[in-house]
Unconditional design. Structure first.
Length: 327
């Protein structure tokens, strides 16, 4: 199969009935950006900026953040990179930033990600400046993690826009275009999505956290790892609703959780109207091969049928369907 994946590396991820799917990768290191061509990815759909913080012994300053972001953008060249602002806390604890009192019993639902950034604005301002300056003269794409309510997105975006003004006054080079988006990984945002869709350049669904919150099941608890299936009516109906709503508002949607990197799951996601994926680089070959053998119209009809009256075992039904259609 390795040769098979190599043979399609430079071919488009297009279904047999001509639907174009975008495949990008999740990343956290400068090397990932340098490897985009080698893995056949169209860009970085999720750059986890917290990686740099997690491997450092002390808080990385604005200069070192700037250096990393510039290096990533230089290496990616014309390919898009979506930088996610710090997602610290939860499963990504930072000893030098959080103390014992932050070791809550439910860290995933705790003081993390954008919540922490909005409370520690100096941290977020430094990151905003580093990103804006690194993308001077280029295209900057930023997204915010764990947005639970619209005002959090607005506040984060304003903070960036203030930094833009600051730089403009000093006649510094600004990004040519800045796109703002948010992650949908907290279910509450789904209920207020209409309030921010007009303000979003894109939406990125983080299925790792979203699943844990939808099912109330800790993503780090091994005894629950097999219990709830991504191929469940609850998740797929939820995602289909989001995808439709965003499409109506003309806002592109991308899946950036691990779910998108699994063949059967990605097939089902295409069947509910999702066309953009950011996946782990190792999944690139298998997912592209699946897309190139898939009839998008047929899987859409099948997903409509399955979600209208779900069988007991959706995974089994989809496995059978994929086999019959030689996916
Ligand atoms: C997610 O939650 O699905 C996601 C992509 O973010 P992370 O895994 O970094 O929390
Ligand atoms: Mg997440």
């Amino acid at each position: 199969r390795r040769e098979e994946f190599a043979a399609i590396r430079d071919k488009p991820a297009e279904t047999t009935d001509g639907h174009r799917v975008t495949l990008m990768v999740n990343a956290g290191l400068a090397e990932d950006a340098a490897n985009l061509d080698a893995v056949g990815a169209e860009g970085i759909g999720l750059f986890r900026t917290e990686f740099q913080f997690l491997v450092a012994a002390t808080l990385p300053g604005r200069e070192s953040q700037y250096k990393l972001y510039k290096e990533v953008l230089d290496a990616a060249g014309d390919k898009p990179v979506v930088f996610r602002t710090l997602d610290i806390g939860g499963d990504k604890a930072l000893p030098y930033l959080q103390d014992e009192k932050d070791e809550a019993e439910n860290p995933a639902m705790g003081w993390r990600a954008l919540r922490l950034s909005l409370d520690r604005q100096a941290l977020m301002k430094a990151q905003a400046r580093a990103l804006l300056e690194a993308a001077g003269g280029r295209h900057l794409r930023v997204m915010f993690p764990m947005v639970s309510e619209p005002w959090e997105y607005e506040e984060a975006r304003s903070l960036f826009e203030e930094q833009v003004e600051w730089l403009r006054k000093r006649k510094r080079m600004l990004p040519m275009v800045t796109e703002y988006g948010c992650m949908l990984e907290v279910p509450s945002l789904a209920e207020t999505l209409d309030m921010i869709l007009p303000r979003l350049d894109f939406l990125s669904i983080g299925t790792n956290d979203l699943t844990q919150f939808l099912f109330a099941a800790d993503r780090a608890e091994p005894r629950l790892a097999e219990r709830y299936d991504w191929l469940s009516p609850a998740i797929l109906r939820f995602l289909r609703r989001i995808a439709r709503q965003a499409k109506e508002a003309d806002v592109p949607v991308r899946i950036c959780g691990e779910m998108g990197g699994r063949t059967l799951e990605a097939m089902a996601l295409i069947g509910i109207g999702i066309e953009n994926f950011s996946i782990t680089p190792a999944a690139m070959g298998p997912i592209k091969a699946m897309v190139r053998s898939l009839d998008a119209g047929a899987i859409t009809a099948e997903m409509d049928r399955l979600l209208a009256d779900p069988p007991r075992d959706l995974r089994k039904s989809l496995t059978g369907w994929a086999k019959r259609h030689e996916i």
